[in-house]
Write a protein that binds this ligand. Structure first.
Ligand code: FUC
Length: 760
């Protein structure tokens, strides 16, 4: 492989998405976000479009979707399942147990900002647009009639505005018309000659009135030249340079409170930001972004392909030798998480914060039977622990609304959330029993709270989340039922194995493998939390007892890991189903590992091979993580190739389910981290799945459970060195290839592991 590390042109593309033409479609535009305010920047020459989002602009209103008939039907539904009348159980659930309304609310676009330049059509050359992941700035450059025009756009987490800077290398060349539009009902105002605003109310959605009001407010600050209103636009004439600031605020405070004043909020934010010079806004933005982004570097080795524009690299990814494209995809995933899930913001939806449609795919909400979890898979390992905070708050909020669902739908203590939630924290079963009748979504999310503790070792955080974990357990202590033909065994019922139909014409069943796997984790983690906090001895005993009565994972006649309590796998209608629910035990959990449970790990491989590699974006990403855990480096890499294929990666590197769904980006990022470093079973596994395609490279700043930060360098497919920084004093076990070393790490100390596994 030719190494071109001396070429700056190639090296500068390590952290850059760049193109030789403006975006013609949304999935070519470049995403910016400060966690809350999103913009898709098209980079047009004659007309710039920024498609805008604000994360709390959703349809609907606070609502309680509990079906009053649900609890009355519960026993009958279970009875039908025990009798093997699965279809009838599903029909009963469909008639009596689903939420009202049957669907949840959708995330909405805020609108568009338009800049019309009076450039003559087709007169530009030297065009280039780029997103620099290291600065979180989109730039557009071109030349017309000997004048070089430059545009920079950012979404500032510091000043809470989207800011645009327009310059030219000759005076008085900036002329433009600025306008804003929104798909919602709105009113326009122009104030003081240089400020334009649109106050909007989200349209009704599926016949339900919406209550979110928003205020989009933009101001032009010009250097020389003039700014003046013209109809519903602002006109700039003959300026040397222009800064445009945009604030968006809504009336949303939290899921049950929409009493904020969007106009006052946007005015304050915009007035404050307007006191700053562009250079200061830019500098503060870059510094805050880099505080998070710069923690991790990744180098897979460069080839000439790295010099190509990003869309060409994706288009030819199947045939090009371009390992650094995977590294760019990895860093893009980290960039997207920083941009869509900053502390204090809402959690990243199916599309992060980027959505241009009023009826988006799957409502662009939170699907918590894999997708939202996958969004957060890379957070801890790639050193973005802060970005989990919005998810923690989401879980704490569904623990509040989910109490109603637990009590009214199941007559149980604690809380429950099924397979989706939205801005309003709805927790009931939606869409239909084959998708929604799954009481495990909240429980799965709880494991992310525990993971945050495992990586951070933060006892204050553990105390904060403990009541949420305990509430999740209580629901299952009250609703698990003894299986009629397996004495003593406790199972969920009714439930499904997401979203896979078994041989009896529905997904509805009792005790699918995934449910027991999630519960084993939830119970063990909550028990451990109680012990660490020194509380609830009786609850711990009870939970331990229930945990010991959950069904064990089983191996079926085809040698596969059983997805259901009965050996139905080979008879299920969709052998290549995208979900691999029962492999939760391999990843993200580590209940099954090749070292500790080799027979089950082998069965998992058989299941995974039956499912196949070619599937939707997120499902491909899950498979890469799984093969990484199973130590199959080259298989994992071959599936990365499928993820980077133009059928699964758009020109702007957004993941294609299709359509765009951000989970595949995050799952891909997490998978690459998992191939380089694993930290389950109280051990650090260095390079557990390093493929031949990445013979020489390095990673810096990955994090491991137990409170470690790790750098690894490798050469010719072998470990060269690893640097391990410990944040607490503990025994550290390091595993590489067939060797293991143990040493006592002291808090605040750094340790070097050399190629022969000597630790100094
Ligand atoms: C789950 C998946 C679908 C899709 C949706 C948002 O229901 O099965 O493929 O990703 O979530």
């Amino acid at each position: 492989m030719p190494v071109l590390s001396s070429s700056e042109a190639v090296a500068s593309n390590d952290l850059r998405l760049w193109y030789r033409q403006p975006a013609a479609e949304w999935v070519q535009a470049l995403p910016l976000g400060n966690g809350r305010l999103g913009a898709m920047v098209f980079g047009g020459i004659e007309r710039e479009r920024l498609q805008l989002n604000e994360e709390t602009i959703w349809a609907g209103r606070p609502y309680d979707p509990t079906n009053p008939a649900a609890q009355g039907a519960l026993q009958a539904c279970r009875q039908l399942i025990w009798e093997g009348q699965y279809k009838q159980a599903a029909e009963l659930a469909s008639a009596k147990m689903m939420s009202v309304p049957l669907k949840q609310m959708a995330y909405q676009p805020a609108g568009d900002l338009w800049l019309d330049f009076n450039h003559p059509h087709g007169a530009a050359d030297e065009y280039q647009r780029a997103l620099d992941l290291s600065t979180a700035i989109v730039s557009v450059r071109y030349r017309i009639d000997g004048t070089h025009f430059t545009r920079e756009v950012l979404s500032s987490p510091v000043h809470q505005v989207i800011a645009i800077r327009l310059t030219a290398d000759k005076p008085a060349r900036i002329n433009l018309r600025l306008s804003m539009s929104t798909p919602h009902r709105d009113t326009l105002r122009i104030e003081g000659g240089h400020t334009l605003s649109r106050s909007g109310l989200v349209r009704e959605f599926r016949d339900l009135e919406s209550v979110i009001r928003f205020h989009n407010r933009v101001r032009i600050l010009n250097e020389r030249g003039t700014v003046a209103p013209a109809g519903d636009c602002l006109m700039v004439d003959g300026a040397d340079a222009v800064t445009i600031l945009l604030a968006i605020e809504t009336n949303f405070r939290r899921f049950d409170d929409v009493s904020a004043d969007p106009v006052a909020g946007a005015k304050t934010t915009l007035d404050r930001a307007a006191l700053r010079e562009w250079d200061e806004i830019r500098r503060d933005h870059v510094a805050e972004h880099q505080r998070l982004f710069n923690r991790v570097t990744l180098d897979f080795g460069r080839t000439p392909a790295a010099a190509l524009p990003t869309d060409e690299r994706v288009a030819q990814s199947a045939s090009l030798d371009d390992p650094q494209l995977a590294a760019l995809y990895f860093q893009f995933g980290r960039y997207l998480l920083i941009s869509s899930s900053r502390p204090g913001c809402e959690a990243a939806t199916l599309q992060g914060i980027w959505n241009d449609q009023t009826t988006p795919p799957w409502d662009s909400k939170y699907t918590i039977n894999i997708n939202t979890e996958m969004n957060y898979w890379p957070a801890e390992t790639t050193n973005l622990g802060e970005c989990v905070e919005p998810l923690v708050r989401l879980v704490e909020e569904i623990a509040q609304t989910g109490r109603q669902t637990a009590c009214r739908q199941y007559g149980a203590r604690g809380w429950v959330c099924h397979h989706n939630t939205d801005l309003w924290r709805a927790t009931g079963p939606i869409d239909g029993p084959d998708w929604g009748l799954w009481p495990m979504g909240g429980a799965w999310l709880c494991t992310h709270l525990w993971e945050h503790y495992e990586f951070s070792q933060d006892k204050t955080f553990l105390a904060r989340i403990y009541p949420t974990l305990k509430g999740a357990c209580e629901f299952f202590l009250d609703t698990l039922v003894e299986h009629p033909t397996r004495p003593g065994v406790l199972v969920t019922s009714p439930s499904i194995s997401p979203e896979n139909q078994h041989p009896f014409g529905t997904a509805v069943c009792a005790g699918p493998a995934m449910d027991s796997q999630i519960l084993r984790d939830l119970f063990a983690q909550t028990i451990r939390a109680a012990e660490l906090l020194g509380v609830d001895a009786e609850f711990v005993r009870q939970t331990q007892n229930v945990r010991s009565r959950l069904p064990h994972d089983q191996i079926g006649t085809a040698g596969q890991l059983q997805e259901w309590l009965d050996d139905w796998d080979t008879l299920a209608p969709e052998q290549a189903h995208r979900h691999v629910a029962h492999l939760y035990a391999v990843y993200p959990s580590a209940q099954i590992t090749p070292m500790r449970t080799p027979e089950l790990a082998h069965a998992a491989r058989i299941s995974l091979n039956t499912r196949g590699d070619r599937t939707t974006g997120w499902a491909i990403a899950w498979r890469i993580n799984l093969w990484a855990r199973l130590g199959e480096a080259d298989r994992a890499h071959s599936i990365i190739k499928l993820l980077l294929d133009p059928s699964r990666t758009y020109p702007n590197l957004f993941d294609a389910h299709p359509p765009f769904q951000i989970d595949g980006n995050f799952g891909g990022t997490s998978a690459m981290a998992e191939m380089l470093l694993q930290s389950h079973e109280q051990q650090l596994h260095l390079l557990p799945a390093l493929p031949k395609a990445w013979p020489t490279g390095s990673v810096k700043g990955l994090r491991a459970r137990g409170g470690f930060e790790v750098d690894i360098a490798w050469r010719d497919g072998r470990l060269e060195s690893a640097d391990i920084r410990a944040t607490r004093s503990t025994i550290c076990a390091i595993h590489y290839a067939q060797e293991t070393r143990r040493f006592t790490a002291r808090a605040g100390s750094a340790y070097r592991v050399d190629a022969s596994m000597n630790v100094t």
